[in-house]
Write a protein that binds this ligand. Structure first.
Ligand code: FAD
Length: 443
């Protein structure tokens, strides 16, 4: 039977608890979640079943001036997230989570528990961004913590996309968001909203851009920077809130009413669970006005609020790290990453589900000329089985061929090294799934 390893269970295609190709057992690590923080050495050991919320909480318990550059959602697990990269508000300053891992404990296919020294640098390289599920089971990570100031400033402001100032702002964001001070990271979310309802109950659908930012510093400097770099946003002092680094995760996880920090420890989402399908892209040249217009037109074709597009700026430290330092290759030359997302009620019938999935696939196809190509790059942590699957665990030739479809998109040239590490450390392909690294073909 195949082994499916689950830490936080947030895989976009559910690969930690679903298999389309074979019977399997789940190794569920949720109870392996202890965290120890060493403030003096600025390091931490975190077991793979811990969530980001638990990690941030434990770091903050020990120090208000240490943090870790990983994702935003507090229920994501560190097991899958760090092994696929791990991008968040600190990445422009410090890189990805995987860039800041200094040791690990991994169980290999022979059942040995290895550390960085005993696994060797090749395998240690592979599990930080190459998807550890192809190589073994990560039990724990050792992290290099990073400095964060006592005060960070956040804002989340919405603008009507139809206004000229917002269109201008979006163009300026495309050109500048990767170049501004590394302490400032502005995510953008584009979606449809009900903008008004008339007396007869007719709804007017509007398009909204939400600008969500963290600045690692105080509001005075933030306002200055925003006025210089993004004057069209018209950011006001009352739009910004100063708080501690860890509180900013409460803010971006929707806890905005004075909830205690402990809510970060809650693994159960408050909102209703929805099905979703997502896809991702990397942008190297600003998307022209007409193409943005076409993308927004397509947003209007999905049910209100169900589909959205998120833009995450790169630059800063992400530009300085070489493409081959770890398997995650999306570095210099990328302005930003796009996430296309649609969600729907699980109760909806199959026809409705198909409609939503088709919508996001069509949007992705429409964007083809405007995003990276050869390969059309994709983020491993936004796993997408549309890109191809290993459909036969026994047939290494077919798996190798399949991997030439999805592999370069996730890893570019690093795929070759991943294949050779896999062939050495797991020659029987014990750790396998729909998009696991294949073995090198024997001639
Ligand atoms: C709501 C939501 C918000 C997100 N926000 C962000 C974000 O801000 N930034 C970002 O970069 N990504 C984000 N992601 C994507 C997230 O990083 C990936 O889905 C990640 O792989 C989830 O890790 P997990 O442990 O929760 O998932 P799981 O489903 O448990 O695991 C994901 C994959 O990793 C494997 N795996 C898990 N644990 C181990 C282990 N211990 N050893 C070996 N293999 C293992 C699994 O088998 C599976 O293949 C988000 C996802 C969701 C659903």
């Amino acid at each position: 039977m195949q082994i499916r390893t689950r830490s936080g269970g947030h895989d976009f295609e559910g690969l930690s608890y679903v298999s389309k190709i074979s019977p399997f057992v789940v190794t569920d690590l949720r109870n392996l979640s202890s965290i120890s923080v060493d403030v003096v050495r600025k390091s931490a050991w975190v077991q793979a079943g811990a969530t980001l919320g638990e990690l941030y909480y434990k770091i903050a318990e020990k120090s208000g001036n240490l943090g870790f550059p990983a994702g935003v959602c507090h229920t994501v697990g560190v097991g899958g997230h760090f092994s696929g990269g791990g991008h968040g508000f600190l990445s422009r300053k410090y890189g990805l989570a995987a860039d800041n891992i200094v040791d690990a404990r991994l169980i290999d296919a022979e059942g040995r528990i290895l550390n960085r020294k005993s696994m060797g640098e090749d395998l240690f390289w592979a599990i930080r961004g190459g998807g550890a599920a192809s190589f073994g089971i990560v039990v724990a990570w050792k992290l290099q913590l990073v400095d964060v100031p006592s005060i960070v400033s956040v804002f989340d402001v919405n603008r009507n996309i139809e206004h000229d100032a917002t269109k201008k702002l979006l163009h300026r964001w495309q050109r500048n968001a990767d170049k501004v001070d590394e302490d400032l990271t502005i995510f953008v979310v584009l979606r449809t909203v009900i903008s008004s309802t008339d007396e007869k109950g007719n709804k007017r659908i509007g398009l909204e851009a939400s600008f969500q930012a963290t600045f690692h510093g105080g509001v005075d400097r933030l306002l200055q920077l925003m006025q210089e770099k993004f004057p069209e946003l018209g950011l006001l002092r009352q739009d910004c809130i100063e708080m501690s680094w860890v509180q900013s995760f409460l803010f971006f996880n929707g806890f905005r009413n004075g909830e205690p920090l402990k809510v970060l420890l809650n693994r159960t989402p408050d909102s209703k669970l929805l099905s979703f399908k997502a896809k991702s892209d990397y942008v190297k040249e600003p998307i022209p006005h007409d193409a943005l217009h076409g993308m927004l037109k397509r947003l209007r074709q999905e049910d209100v609020g169900r589909g959205w597009v998120e833009l995450f700026p790169y630059g800063g430290k992400m530009n300085e790290i070489s493409e081959s330092a770890i398997p995650f290759p999306h570095r210099a030359g990328n302005l930003y990453k796009i996430l296309y997302y649609v969600e729907w009620d699980e109760e909806e019938n199959i026809t409705a589900s198909k409609k939503h999935i088709t919508w996001v696939r069509k949007l992705y196809n429409y964007m083809t000329p405007y995003v990276s190509n050869n390969p059309r790059a994709t983020y491993l942590n936004y796993r997408d089985l549309d890109l191809g699957v290993n459909n036969n665990e026994e047939d290494s030739k077919s798996n190798y061929t399949q991997a030439s479809n999805w592999g370069p998109k996730y890893f570019k040239n690093n795929l070759k090294r991943l294949i050779s590490v896999k062939t050495i450390v797991d020659p029987t392909n014990f750790f396998t799934h729909e998009q696991s690294i294949p073995l090198l073909l024997k001639h």
